[in-house]
Design a binder for this molecule. Structure first.
Ligand code: ATP
Ligand code: MG
Length: 267
């Protein structure tokens, strides 16, 4: 019937999984352009699986975590946004916009370094309008302790001096290392029981593609709030309870699907 095509690839717009396939395509293109590491494909698939079982929506629970995260970010002295290949491939424009509204620099920070990858990520972020980009000049980087991988190298103007670091889609070892270096961690991670989710101070269990646009909106609203109000939003937030609430939502979504998933099917 319809023959609508999305501009950049050939997924029909009426495909029931159009959105998911579009972002999958961005990850694949990102890999071809060196932005995404091979392992990034697998990480994306793991994320998709968790998104499926939370109902591919931003829950009220995730929204509460976003509110606490924005309050903490607005109260921080040196907030920094850590960027990896997957995030840069999926939402470059939103990332740049968020960095601007929250006044925090973007720092490129990679687990899998490969020649040309930092440049490729820099390019996509610059095309999206980024000006204040850190983590680009390797000769200026310094080490953080507790970590043996490549990502022990951080920018002295960014993660090194940050009090709060936003590390979406992050690996557990690195989150643990940043915590041990005294940083407060905010993450977006669809897996509520990944090590990153558990180590973080504020864990937003949501898809990065939905979370960041909402984070931009909430920043614009919270910017007008007095500091005391922001402080009380943080004081009223409990990350362990919030993660547990996300797990409960997954349980109840799966329970519902025992009936819902079969509706309209001739089975
Ligand atoms: P950990 O090391 O924290 O135990 P892991 O080894 O499973 O977790 P990594 O590949 O190190 O995972 O990190 C990627 C994380 O990002 C995974 O938990 C994955 O579920 C999550 N993820 C992937 N894509 C998205 C997305 N689009 N939005 C939110 N989270 C995502
Ligand atoms: Mg990991």
């Amino acid at each position: 019937m319809t023959n609508q095509k999305e501009k950049s690839h050939s997924i029909p717009m009426d495909h029931p999984r159009y959105k998911s396939l579009t972002y999958r395509h961005k990850i694949i293109e990102g890999m071809k352009n060196l932005i995404v590491a091979e392992a990034g494909l697998i990480a994306h698939g793991r994320g998709e699986a968790f998104d499926y079982i939370i109902g591919e929506r931003t829950t009220e629970t995730a929204k509460k975590a976003i509110e606490a995260a924005i309050a903490a970010f607005l109260l921080a002295d040196h907030p920094v946004i850590s960027v990896n290949g997957n995030v840069a491939a999926l939402i470059p424009e939103e990332l740049v916009k968020f960095s601007q509204v929250i006044s925090a620099p973007l720092e490129i920070n990679l687990f899998y370094r490969k020649e040309g990858r930092i440049e490729a990520i820099e390019k996509v972020l610059r095309q999206a309008g980024a000006q204040n980009l850190l983590g680009i000049n390797e000769s200026e980087m310094v080490e953080i302790e507790e970590l043996s991988s490549n990502r022990r190298l951080v920018d002295p103007r960014g993660i090194k001096k940050a009090d709060i670091v936003f590390v979406p889609l992050e690996d557990g070892d690195r989150t643990e290392a940043l915590k041990k270096n005294g940083k407060k961690i905010i993450t977006v991670d669809l897996n509520p029981i990944s090590r990153t989710a558990l180590w973080a101070d504020i864990t937003i269990v949501d898809n990065i593609i939905r979370a960041v646009p909402l984070m931009i909106k909430i920043t614009q609203k919270f910017k007008k709030f007095p500091r005391d109000e922001l402080k009380s939003i943080i004081a009223n937030f409990d990350n362990v309870k919030n993660i547990q609430a996300s797990l409960d939502l997954i349980i109840s979504y799966i329970e519902e699907q025992k009936i819902e998933a079969f509706k309209g099917l001739d089975v």
